[in-house]
Design a protein around this ligand. Structure first.
Ligand code: GLA
Length: 440
């Protein structure tokens, strides 16, 4: 595990260096009309909590828990095996094969068991010659791998970006496109989740071939990381639409440490309040919500956060818009007149997502508090205010305000809304214009 982990990190770092500075011109991206992923994917994945410790037993355990906790019924249908499920060699016909010890009955049997539970099995491969953990990649075998996945009853493919050939490093679009074509020609609806970390500005072209595409490097359960990934996605709303979404990486609610952190960084986790903010923001940004926690150890607060129907509904809104930043307050310095924290000392922010139908928006009032810590005297509840005109409503409209974290109507307001927000916390709202006034 430690060897594969370090080779994983090395190949990640090398790829990042090779990609540095490559510019890609914007392209018109068409939606991938494969019928799946019309709203962001909801599911669970092995990587963030279990790393390479994957097995059929783990998948079945977590799948059963998705059902018994009620999360499956709320829409979390994809159960995704990440890296390390493979045997180190292909079979005599060139087909990928699962590790026989960890998947003794094979992948087909597993997908059938999930199917019987009303769930869908997802799998992982890589556009290059090896996966990030060093298992066989799909390079040069796109058709046979797509056919194998379809034959096995796979419904979701996460397609990573380690070990690329020189040509693919220069331009990975043909390779990612080949897999897209190969998946579509199987005739089986398979959600295609590209994972190239936002390199080559993939958000500009991936919509034509994939249902979602990672826009950043990996997440881990640490506040600063969550905020960085949010920041990296703030100007990408124009690329999201039904069938095609920016992927901000997986959900860290309830995750204890990360596969990287366990070896290299201090073990970290989000507080329940930070986890609530992370989940609301990912929902508002129309990111896939792929859970990473161990459901057998999940605290009730974590299940409550990821099971909030109203937040899930905001994410799953049929219009498929992504949220964007509409207002922020930045604070000054904490050292020599300069902000020294990541995120430029952003203090509070307001994020807004237009919802389907008329005059309805999701709003997150966010107290980021990047510029101080829990021990600072400034660690405090802040009032976050936003005029309705900045949320797209006509100036004179009355607006019904609902708090979707508290499941409480806050009443009809005019002009603006102002609410207290705790540090690293959010107030997540759905606003609807009263009386049918149009968006300004
Ligand atoms: C990359 C991806 C991660 C995970 C690992 C598996 O780092 O970004 O999400 O799939 O590879 O090795």
């Amino acid at each position: 595990m430690s060897t594969s982990l370090s080779s994983h990190i090395l190949s990640f770092a090398v790829t990042m260096m090779l990609f540095a500075g490559v510019e890609f011109a914007p392209q018109f991206a068409q939606g991938l009309e494969n019928g799946v992923g019309r709203t962001p994917a909801l599911g669970w994945n092995t990587w963030n909590q279990f790393g390479c410790n994957v097995s059929a037993a783990l998948i079945l355990e977590q799948a059963r828990l998705l059902v018994s906790t009620g999360l499956a019924e709320k829409g979390y249908k994809y159960v995704n095996i990440d890296d390390c499920w493979q045997n180190h060699t292909r079979d005599s016909h060139g087909k990928l094969q699962a590790d026989a010890k960890r998947f003794p009955d094979g992948i087909s049997a597993l997908s059938k068991e999930l199917d019987a539970m009303g769930l869908l099995l997802g799998i992982y491969s890589d556009v290059g010659t090896k996966t990030c953990a060093g298992y066989p990649g799909s390079s040069g075998s796109y058709e046979i791998d797509a056919a194998t996945f379809a034959e096995w009853g796979i419904s979701y493919l996460k397609f990573d970006t380690c070990s690329l050939t020189a040509a693919e490093r220069k331009d990975p679009r043909p390779a990612y496109g080949e897999m897209s074509t190969a998946l579509n020609s199987t005739g089986r609806p398979i959600l295609y989740s590209m994972c190239n970390w936002g390199q080559h500005k993939s958000y500009q072209w991936a919509g034509g071939m994939a249902n979602s595409w990672r826009t950043t490097e990996d997440i881990w359960p640490q506040w600063q990381r969550v905020v960085e990934l949010l920041e990296a996605n703030k100007d990408l709303a124009q690329y999201a639409r039904p069938g095609a979404f920016n992927d901000m990486d997986m959900i860290e609610v309830g995750v204890n440490g990360h596969v990287f952190n366990q070896k290299l960084l201090p073990r970290t986790k989000l507080t329940s309040r930070e986890a609530e903010s992370h989940f609301s923001l990912w929902a508002l940004m129309s990111s896939p919500l792929i859970l990473g926690l161990d459901l057998s150890q999940a605290p009730q607060w974590a299940l409550d956060i990821v099971g909030n129907d109203e937040v899930i509904a905001m994410n799953q809104d049929a219009a498929g818009h992504q949220g964007n930043l509409v207002a922020e307050v930045k604070h000054g310095s904490i050292l020599g007149g300069k902000c020294v924290s990541l995120g430029n000392c952003t203090h509070t922010q307001v994020w807004r997502k237009q919802l389907a139908g008329v005059q309805s928006v999701g709003v997150v009032l966010f107290n980021r508090g990047d510029d101080w810590t829990e021990n600072s005297p400034k660690w405090q509840v802040e009032t976050v205010q936003i005029p309705f005109s900045k949320l797209g409503f006509a100036a004179d409209v009355s607006v019904h305000v609902r708090d979707v974290l508290e499941h409480k109507d806050l009443g009809v307001m005019t002009g603006s809304v102002a609410l207290p927000v705790p540090p690293h916390g959010v107030r997540t709202l759905v606003l609807k214009a009263v009386g049918g006034a149009a968006y300004a």
